[in-house]
Design a protein around this ligand. Structure first.
Ligand code: SAH
Ligand code: SF4
Length: 373
């Protein structure tokens, strides 16, 4: 090489695999990708099933395809799994993964087993553009949206770990999905839509529509579209009953205040008494937890088939808030319950493995920084 002295050569990064990944493709994408290799649409449907319902990672396992076709597909495509940067298992059975994507960015996924169901909490973005003042993810800048394959990859990883292929087997532990990890799913609408429609597909990951919940901080113009184009259960991060308070806690409220948000909820297409909207409400000592707040909450929700989920605030280093006392939370719940709304208090899970929003990722970033210094 011409020019000055060369230092020691840095190790080269392994060349990126140029083969497209089938994980992340919906039925139409797969049919289009496979057609040039003589694969008829119904055969592409079989591949779809192998990938998402049977969970195979090796084309050779696709026994209803000819050997020659399997070999050809293996040369042209990948069926990838996400890399795991960290995996933890709590004493209460909660599992948390820090997943690493091809560009070395990381996000987290949490599995919460309960006696009657198992819920996977999935991330939709790396970081978040919004800056809710009580949320640790809100302190992390948005790096990028997750791709459909990266969102689905979190599901595939959980099924791999739990040994739950085929996805439609009875007695499976992973029964529910909540889009409540890092990020605002309605700001990554297209990718979340594609991933959830594959998750919903009976020949795909096969989770029923009623068992998938999308949580939004209140991106009002996208709420109706979410109902029409995805049709899953909706959760709203309400957290306050007065605009002055919500403006601080959930700053997107300055754009779309409480009245507009609730109007969008009333209009949500699939809403009825069997498919209620969940209103999430984080309990912050002295901020939003008074009896008057509870009564106002019940008043605001009048006419909306809803349930209330009270979330004890999960503190993080440097956060400006404290969690309300147990007795206060109970009293708040009683008032809301007496007004006719089911109100549940979320039990904190996996505290020993930092299973709260955004915490594992920040810990890993901190460790890396301290190793570097
Ligand atoms: N961005 C979406 C979904 C991800 S957050 C949203 O805001 O709805 C999932 C839920 O966890 C939201 O209700 C969020 O407000 C809540 N949350 C975030 N940080 C929290 C904390 N430190 N303690 C308790 N709940 C928190
Ligand atoms: Fe983003 Fe949701 Fe956290 Fe708000 S609560 S900063 S919208 S992840």
């Amino acid at each position: 090489m011409p020019g000055g002295a060369l230092g020691p050569k840095a190790p080269e990064a392994p060349a990126a695999d140029p083969r497209p990944n089938l994980v992340g493709m919906d039925r139409a994408d797969m049919a289009a990708a496979l057609a040039p290799f003589g694969v008829a649409p119904y055969r592409a449907g079989q591949v779809f099933q192998w990938v998402y319902n049977r969970g195979v990672t090796d084309f050779d396992a696709m026994t209803n395809l000819s050997k020659a076709l399997r070999a050809e597909l293996a040369e042209r495509f990948r069926i990838d799994r996400l890399q795991v940067a960290d995996a933890r298992l709590s004493v209460d059975g909660t599992r948390k993964w820090l997943v690493r994507f091809a560009d070395a960015q990381e996000a987290e996924t949490v599995f919460i087993p309960e006696p009657d169901r198992g819920t996977l909490c999935v991330s939709s973005q790396i970081g978040c553009t919004l800056t809710c003042s009580f949320c640790h993810t809100g302190t992390q800048k948005l790096v990028r949206n997750l791709e459909p394959g990266e969102i689905l990859g979190q599901l595939m990883l959980a099924r791999d770990t739990l040994g739950e292929w085929p996805a439609s087997q009875v007695d499976r532990r992973l029964t529910n999905i909540v889009m409540m990890g890092m990020g605002e799913p309605l700001y990554n609408f297209d990718n979340v839509k594609k991933a959830l429609n594959i998750a919903l597909d009976g020949e795909g990951v096969a989770i029923s529509r009623r068992k998938i919940t999308l949580s939004t901080s209140g991106v009002v113009p996208m709420i109706r579209r979410a109902g029409e184009e995805i049709g899953v259960m909706l959760a709203i991060s309400l957290h306050a009953v007065r605009d002055e308070v919500r403006d601080v806690l959930v700053p997107i409220n300055r754009k779309w205040p409480i009245a507009e948000l609730l109007a969008a909820c009333r209009d949500y297409p699939t809403i009825n008494n069997a498919r209620r909207i969940t209103f999430e409400y984080v309990m912050l000592k002295g901020i939003n937890d008074s009896d008057a707040d509870a009564r106002e909450l019940a008043r605001l929700l009048k006419g909306i088939p809803s349930k209330v989920n009270l979330i004890p605030f999960n503190p993080w280093p440097g956060s400006a808030y404290e969690c309300s006392d147990d007795a206060r939370i109970q009293r708040f719940a009683d008032i809301v319950n007496r007004a006719g709304y089911v109100s549940t208090v979320r039990t904190p899970r996996g505290r020993d493995i930092l299973a709260a929003c955004g915490q594992l990722k920040s810990e890993s970033v901190r460790e890396r920084k301290s190793r570097a210094s």
